[in-house]
Every structure is written in structure tokens, then in C-alpha cells.
Design a protein around this ligand. Structure first.
Ligand code: GLN
Length: 484
């Protein structure tokens, strides 16, 4: 049952061969027996209440395609009943008085929340080792990281602990864990998915999106997830679309841009082999490969690691021991309370980013770092627009290597940052990006560690990306492989 896609589950629920309650119980049992640490928080009574409501809706016929289907939310989306921790000690026992807009949308569709998914603290990380609740394990190889920051989401899909999950992507956090866990994820165009109730990391980059088994499921989830939200000042107002409307379109004549800079030194040979094989498969489907250049790819690392910490340092000011979450027990005066609360509540990587962010925003350094970074950010976005005059979609690897071992880079932040090289530019430009499974690494260790193919489209081309991904998934079965 847990290998079913959302479409299959939906038809079983609608034809009454399966109840939402049975389905929720099935997944809750799998979560309870899992040792991956993918969830921070489950609340079975609440899940079963939602399932009972879904069963009533299924009986009355007042349904959507998603009614009765379980979903789990990255613990960065606030939920009224489940705790919302952002993977931080600061919010260890925090319960939000409202649901994030995304959660509201899925609740309204009749989906059943299974719980909250582990993630790097405030979504800062690439390996899920920065969570206060401990690292998540990669279901393909328990020695490996699942990727981050949405590592719990990707691991839970791969291990079939939930058929649908939310994630967020600021610099790659949907695409990279999806790649490392062999599942499918899409980060939509910036502004498409409401950020209201998504605990903020870097607001000009943060974007929610779905992770699931395949492109079609991601499209079903996007249909519920995307929509204008007056509560988010950067929410884009656009007509409702069916993101799966073009799934069956032929790829004949599709121009795929292959950026030279994504295949240079630093790309592991085994990842390159898998990605090139996928590109060859696309040629068989009628696509044409076009050599393109994204010359500022390398600059995306310093630019992102100035802008993201700058915004983070500002966003995280609100955790002061007064308004939310943790407060130090012992303090002399107000200033001491702030200091101790933040010293105790935040982990190392979060503190590092607050320091870097405060520095680059400070008087005297603003022009040298933050302003420069913003200018280069614009040039990075322009490079993509030049590329899209030559091609319809861009493809390349998601990450330079397969998942590394737990602990391998945990005391080397720069090594983590460098591994984001292929995902950051898309985020800086605000473009939609996707990861689909396209094979495995090589050699004794990597042979069971998945490789992801990255698809990047122009603004609001989600339906095209899903079409391009779906056609590949009709022709290949990488997305159907599951860990033992
Ligand atoms: N790995 C990147 C970082 O650490 C991206 C994280 C994300 O997308 N949330 O900031």
C-alpha cells in the first residue's frame, strides 16, 4: 500500500476500497517503527481525528483529489496543533496559534497530517546534521546523510513513511535532499507558494514546495499549495492553473540547455555518468541538447552566503526570549536575558550565520558585501534569461556528489557551502527548480546512493518542468526504486 502514488491512493479512497483512517493508521505504524529520525513530532490522536473527518467527506462526496491522503510537514511550517520547532531548541515546545497558509490549503483539501518532519535548524544546512533533534538517516544507507535542510521530508518519502511531504528551499533544500534520497521534489518560482507561517530563514529566497514519489504527485500537491496570499507581501497574484495539464505532451524538439559550468572540476565522475545518461535518455525522447553557459555559477556561493545570512540575522532577531519559545532560566537584567536565551536556544550554525549576517549589514561593510552581493545576484538572474533565449529548460546535476557520510563534513561549514554550487543560482534568480532521480553512484560505497537530475525552468514554467519530468519517469523507473 505504501508504494502507491497519490493518484492510486486517491482512487482507492474514492472507490471506498480503503478508508482515510486505515491509511493513516498504516503510515503511523510505519513511522513508529522507523529508526530514521525523520519526524520531530507525531500526534496520532490528532491525525486520526483528521482522518475521521476525511472519511466523512469521502462518504458525502464533498472531496478533492487529495481528500484522505496523508501528508507530513517540514517542521518549519507552523501548525496549530502539532508543535512547530524549526529544528531548534529555541522553539522546542512552541505551539503556534495558527496554521501556515500552506497547511491551511492542505487541510482544506482534506489531507491528513501525519506529523512534523525533522530539518536543519531554521533550514540552515545541507545535511540535516544541524537539527537540535539529531540527524536524520538516509534510508538508502544508514551511514549517509539524507541531505538538507528538508532531510526529514525526503527521507520520509523514500522510506515510504508518508506519501506526500512539504519542504522548503532557500538555496537547494528541496532539490538536494530529494536527490540524495532518490525522490522527486520541486521548488516553484519565488512568490508562488505563500511564506505565511513558514518560519523565516532568508525571506527573499525562501520558497515552499512538495516532495513526493514522482512528478505527477508533485503536480497534484502544487495544485493545492500554490495561490495568492494577501498575508504574504511577496505572494504573486496569478490565475489558478492545473500544473499537471501538460504531463502528456511530447518532448519532441525540446531544447535542453546543458550549462558547461555544471560539469567542471568538482563534479564527481559517478554523478556525471548518471546525469549524462539521463540527458541521453532525453535525446531518445526527442529532445535536443544545447551547450549553454551560466558564467557566474561559481559566484553564487559567496553571493548566497552573504545575502542569506544577512536576511537570517534580521529574521532571527524576533527570538528574544520574550515573544517566542525558549527563555533562559537565570539572568541579571534584560540584556543578560537576551544574551543567555539566544546563546542557549540557537545552535552553532545559526549563530555563525547571525554573526556573518550582522557583519555584512553593518555600517562600513554594507557596501562592500551586501550591496555587491545584490548586484551580482541581478547578473546571475540575467545570465539565466540569456540562457533561456537558447533553450526551454536547463538540466544538470543537483549536487556535485552523492550523499556523504554522517559526520564527514559536520565540522567544516565551508565544505557544506561548496556542495550547494548547482542549486544556489536558481534560488538567487527566483526560478523554479526540480530534482528527479536518475541513477546511483558507483563503487562499493556509492552504488546505493541516489543521484538527482536537476531541471530548471523559466519563471512560472512549473507545468513545463512537470511535463519534462513526467515523460522521463514514463520512460525510466529510477523513481520507483525503493531502499530495502
Ligand atoms: N544548504 C543551504 C544553506 O545551508 C540551503 C538551505 C536551504 O535551502 N534552506 O543555507
Amino acid at each position: 500500500m505504501h508504494n502507491h502514488t497519490l493518484k492510486q491512493l486517491s482512487s482507492l479512497l474514492h472507490s471506498k476500497q480503503l478508508s482515510a483512517t486505515e491509511l493513516a493508521q498504516h503510515y503511523l505504524a510505519r513511522i513508529t517503527s522507523s529508526t530514521l529520525n525523520a519526524f520531530t513530532h507525531v500526534e496520532p490522536d490528532l491525525t486520526l481525528q483528521q482522518a475521521a473527518l476525511a472519511d466523512q467527506r469521502l462518504a458525502s462526496g464533498d472531496t478533492t483529489a487529495l481528500t484522505g491522503i496523508p501528508i507530513a510537514h517540514k517542521d518549519i511550517f507552523v501548525t496549530r496543533n502539532w508543535r512547530s520547532t524549526a529544528g531548534s531548541r529555541m522553539l522546542e515546545n512552541y505551539v503556534s496559534p495558527f496554521d501556515a497558509t500552506v497547511v491551511e490549503h492542505f487541510n482544506a483539501a482534506g489531507m491528513v497530517t501525519l506529523g512534523k518532519l525533522n530539518c536543519d535548524e531554521f533550514a540552515m544546512g545541507s545535511s540535516n546534521e544541524n537539527s537540535y533533534f539529531g540527524p536524520v538517516k538516509n534510508p538508502w544507507d544508514l551511514r549517509a546523510i539524507p541531505g538538507g535542510s528538508s532531510g526529514g521530508s525526503a527521507a520520509a518519502i523514500a522510506a515510504r513513511l508518508t506519501p506526500a511531504a512539504t519542504g522548503t528551499d532557500t538555496g537547494g533544500s528541496i532539490r538536494q535532499p530529494a536527490a540524495f534520497c532518490g525522490v522527486t521534489g520541486i521548488k516553484p518560482t519565488y512568490g508562488s507558494v505563500s511564506r505565511y507561517g513558514m518560519i523565516a530563514f532568508a525571506s527573499s529566497l525562501d520558497q515552499g514546495g512538495p516532495i513526493a514519489q514522482n512528478a505527477e504527485d508533485c503536480g497534484l500537491l502544487l495544485n493545492a499549495m500554490i495561490g495568492f496570499d494577501p498575508k504574504d507581501s511577496t505572494s504573486v497574484e496569478r490565475a489558478k492553473e492545473d500544473f499537471n495539464r501538460d504531463l502528456s505532451k511530447s518532448l519532441n524538439g525540446l531544447r535542453i540547455g546543458v550549462p558547461r559550468e555544471f560539469f567542471g572540476a568538482g563534479l564527481a565522475a559517478d554523478v556525471e555518468v548518471a546525469v549524462r545518461a539521463a540527458l541521453a535518455d532525453y535525446e531518445k525522447l526527442g529532445a535536443i541538447l544545447v551547450d549553454i553557459s551560466l558564467p557566474k555559477t561559481e559566484l553564487s556561493i559567496p553571493v548566497y552566503y552573504v545575502i542569506a545570512p544577512a536576511e537570517a540575522s534580521s529574521n532571527l532577531e524576533r527570538f528574544d526570549g520574550v515573544r517566542y519559545g525558549h527563555r533562559a532560566a537565570d539572568y541579571k537584567d534584560l540584556a543578560d536575558m537576551y544574551k543567555k536565551t539566544r546563546a542557549e536556544g540557537f545552535g552553532e550554525e545559526v549563530k555563525r550565520r547571525i554573526l556573518v549576517g550582522s557583519y555584512v549589514l553593518s555600517h562600513g561593510y554594507y557596501d562592500a558585501y551586501y550591496l555587491q552581493a545584490q548586484k551580482i545576484r541581478r547578473l546571475i538572474a540575467q545570465d539565466f534569461q540569456t540562457a533561456f533565449t537558447q533553450c526551454d529548460v536547463i538540466m544538470g546535476p543537483v549536487a556535485p556528489t552523492v550523499a556523504w557520510d554522517l559526520g564527514d563534513k559536520s565540522d567544516d561549514p565551508v565544505a557544506n557551502y561548496l556542495a550547494d554550487i548547482y542549486t544556489l543560482s536558481t534560488s538567487l534568480a527566483g526560478l523554479p527548480g526540480m530534482s528527479i532521480p536518475c541513477g546511483f553512484g558507483q563503487g562499493e560505497k556509492n552504488a546505493r546512493r541516489p543521484v538527482g537530475l536537476q531541471l530548471i525552468g523559466n519563471y512560472f514554467s512549473e507545468a513545463k518542468l512537470l511535463n519534462v519530468a513526467h515523460q522521463y519517469q514514463l520512460a525510466t523507473d529510477w523513481h520507483q526504486k525503493t531502499p530495502e
